[in-house]
Design a protein around this ligand. Structure first.
Ligand SMILES: *Cc1c(COP(=O)(O)O)cnc(C)c1O
Length: 722
């Protein structure tokens, strides 16, 4: 292995007393530490907002006079010293959960492959839920000391920026990330040349360099094909997420799966466990088998050894979400591999063959399911759906015995809980509560929190949300490119005393984000009630190729512009982790209306719950496990419908009824001094108490370790490998 240099770029002109800020910005630990965030925002609050909370950009742009001023301020220096001390202690901690639980396994490690990582809005290499989950997985691994390394792509153009035209049509704009303003550490060789791996694509080699991202105690490697050795086309290969071009897609998958294994080898890592987060990275299996065969194993022995240490997580029951390519593409891209694996073409194709109504395909999830001994869905409900969906791969095995288990998703509590809520819990919970987030007993402490204090935190966050919305509306207005009615649709008429619903998710048709608009007249009555009004804030992107999804956005946007909704229906453009955080922390109700049983898990409702926001959702995905009758509301019946229109009618009628008779009256009942009823606050507490521990990544990661990582780490594997 060549010696690899990691040189943290530090070209900020910082006063010596606060010099280590230049180090802090290169470790995303600051993302889940409110005091560290304050260290940046206190430099220049407005600029901090304008740079979308990118501390590298902030430090580059801040002028020296401003930095000198903060470096002279005793309060700032106290904060600085405290944060740097916490940072050092965090990095040095050696009695983490993993180390104390599995002291014999500390030399093992896990490679975690994902097409996207959502760690923070300032590193926009994610599209949605899958990426945010990967980011949360990595952060929690850091907190728990799990020896896990992430690998994915740096996408130079990110996903896309969303702009809604006056007529409600989603336009997309590409942007180019300034890589020198990302928290990326280049990996270089002795000559200071980027270290690279390569993969074979038809008629050529494609190279990729490797960037390192520090996430607390853990590392994330991002591959990047934008290097001189590649043709102009190949340099664009990793430019964007989820291209609809199948050639791009399969090339990216080869680069991540096969190139990813090579990259980890090059860096001297020898992971024991290989976790595929979705099927995009499943080609890693083939590369691992190939390498084992080169070391003398037969295909059978190699594939068994590989499968024993592979973990595969499936994330979607929606056929359109399944990653697959026609067989001719396998011939085009992978023909050289079946010789290496000593397989016939037919036997090779069999590894991923999926016969469907519209023909035969090579399916990435099939490949991953066949060659991973540990397989899981992401909620109990999704487990059932997945066992049914994949039963054909285990002929003769009863549906309930199909070997796909589930680990229900969670969210990284410290990233998604507002700083104010965290401070409230700090005041009332045991000092070490953050190390026991998954312990239900800790959360019994909510009982002792006075209602006013909890409500005050919530009301502050709601006020913050409304200020955030109006700042964004003003910022779009001054560009001169918006019609006045779009400014109203952007939320300037919101009122922080009014009951507020948030609906934010990808605009895919099965998510039915327009369900609440089904009986528009009835909705108008609810919204415009004189005594008890309601307002709804929508956000979300549709995939650029998803025309039906864009039509749903248009329907929502027209409602937002309609004078009859009185500015109480709002659409926020350009949903990202920043918008998500404001919404899940600041609304009163989180609405989710997927068509059952298509929501594998859903995670935004979990983020909302731990902030005291109440869920109002179809019982699908995580809400089947989360709802207990007293911690929020459910929508519709748990029956399978054959007629989608009938399902929509029933579910929307249930939404209106529950709003009219339960939610709205409960919110406004007995309001005194701007405090809602006791029952409302009781429900908030019940929601936090029951959902925060259960749907945390702390609970989730411990389950992954105990149930999916450990089996492949123990001696059975060593014998074969040794
Ligand atoms: C949490 C999150 C998601 C996923 O939310 P779902 O409820 O699973 O749809 C998507 N996008 C962003 C920006 C998020 O923060």
């Amino acid at each position: 292995m060549a010696s690899i240099q990691r040189i943290i770029p530090n070209n900020f002109n910082l006063p010596a007393r606060i010099e280590r800020l230049g180090e802090l910005v290169y470790n995303l630990w600051w993302v889940w530490n409110p005091q560290a965030r304050a260290l940046f925002s206190n430099i220049e609050p407005q600029r901090w907002d304008e740079v979308n909370h990118n501390p590298v950009t902030l430090l580059k742009q801040s002028d020296r006079a401003r930095l000198n001023a903060v470096a002279d301020h005793p309060d700032y220096l106290d904060l600085y010293d405290s944060v740097m001390d916490q940072f050092d202690r965090y990095l040095e901690k050696n009695d983490t959960w993993f180390v104390t639980t599995y002291p014999d396994l500390v030399s093992k490690s896990i490679a975690y492959f994902s097409f996207e990582f959502g760690l923070h809005e300032s590193l926009p290499v994610y599209a949605g839920g899958l990426g945010v989950l990967s980011g949360d997985h990595l952060k929690e691994s850091s907190d728990l000391g799990i020896p896990l390394t992430g690998i994915g792509f740096i996408y130079h153009q990110g996903y896309f920026m969303q702009h809604i035209t006056e007529d409600g049509w989603q336009n997309t704009a590409n942007y180019t990330l300034a890589l020198d303003e990302m928290p990326l550490i280049p990996l270089l060789d002795e000559q200071r040349v980027p270290v690279m791996i390569s993969v074979d694509l038809p008629g050529r080699k494609v190279f990729a360099r490797i960037w390192e991202v520090h996430v607390g105690r853990r590392l994330l490697y991002l591959l990047d094909s934008d290097v001189e050795a590649n043709s102009p086309n190949d340099r664009q290969l990793t430019a964007r997420l989820y291209s609809s071009d199948l050639d791009v897609r399969i090339s990216q998958e080869i680069l991540l799966g096969i190139g990813g294994v090579k990259a980890l080898n090059l860096l001297g890592l020898e992971p024991t466990i290989w976790h595929m987060n979705e099927g995009h990275s499943a080609f890693l299996i083939l590369e691992r088998i190939r390498a084992a065969m080169q070391n003398g194993l037969t295909y059978e022995a190699a594939s068994q050894m590989v499968a024993r240490t592979d973990v595969f997580t499936t994330h979607t029951p929606v056929p359109a979400g399944l990653d697959q390519v026609p067989l001719w593409m396998i011939d085009k891209y992978l023909a050289h591999l079946w010789d290496d694996l000593k397989l016939t073409r037919d036997a090779f194709i069999d590894l991923g063959r999926h016969q469907q109504a519209w023909g035969e395909n090579f399916s990435m999830p099939v490949l991953a399911l066949k060659l991973s001994e540990q397989r899981n869905a992401v909620s109990e409900m999704h487990g059932k759906v997945s066992r049914k969906m994949w039963q054909f791969l285990w002929p003769g095995v009863a549906e309930k015995d199909v070997p796909v288990t589930h680990v229900t998703n969670g969210v990284h509590s410290l990233s998604w809980m507002s700083g104010q809520m965290r401070a409230l819990l700090d005041r009332h919970f045991p000092a070490d509560w953050m190390e026991h987030i998954d312990d239900a007993e800790i959360w019994e402490g909510l009982e002792k929190i006075p209602d006013q204090e909890l409500w005050q935190v919530h009301q502050n966050l709601k006020d913050d949300l409304i200020r955030f919305v109006s700042r964004r509306a003003r910022r779009s207005w001054v560009t001169g490119q918006y019609h006045p009615v779009q400014v109203i649709a952007g939320g300037v008429l919101l009122n922080s005393q009014v009951l507020t619903i948030g609906v934010a998710r990808r605009f895919a048709t099965y998510k039915r984000s327009n369900l609440i608009l089904q009986d528009y007249e009835r909705l108008l009555k609810i919204i415009n009630d004189r005594e008890m009004p309601l307002q709804i804030i929508f956000a979300g992107k549709a995939h650029p190729a998803d025309e039906p999804g864009k039509l749903i956005i248009q329907q929502v946007y027209r409602a937002a512009k309609d004078a009859r909704t009185a500015g109480r229906i709002v659409f926020l453009e350009d949903y990202d982790m920043n918008v998500a955080r404001h919404l899940v922390q600041g609304v009163d109700i989180w609405l989710n209306t997927p068509r059952r049983p298509n929501e594998a898990s859903g995670t935004s409702g979990m983020k909302a719950a731990m902030n005291g926001v109440l869920n109002f959702s179809v019982r699908d995905g995580w809400w089947c496990e989360g709802y207990n009758g007293e911690n929020g509301w459910k929508i519709g019946k748990e029956t399978e419908y054959h007629d989608a229109a009938e399902e929509d009618r029933d579910d929307s009628a249930d939404i209106y009824e529950t709003l009219e008779y339960e939610i709205v009256p409960l919110f406004y009942k007995n309001r005194r001094a701007e405090l809602p009823s006791d029952e409302w606050i009781k429900m908030m507490k019940e929601s936090i108490r029951t959902l925060a521990p259960q749907f945390s990544t702390m609970r989730m990661l411990k389950e992954y370790v105990h149930r999916l990582y450990i089996p492949g780490m123990t001696e059975k594997t060593d014998k074969i490998a040794g």
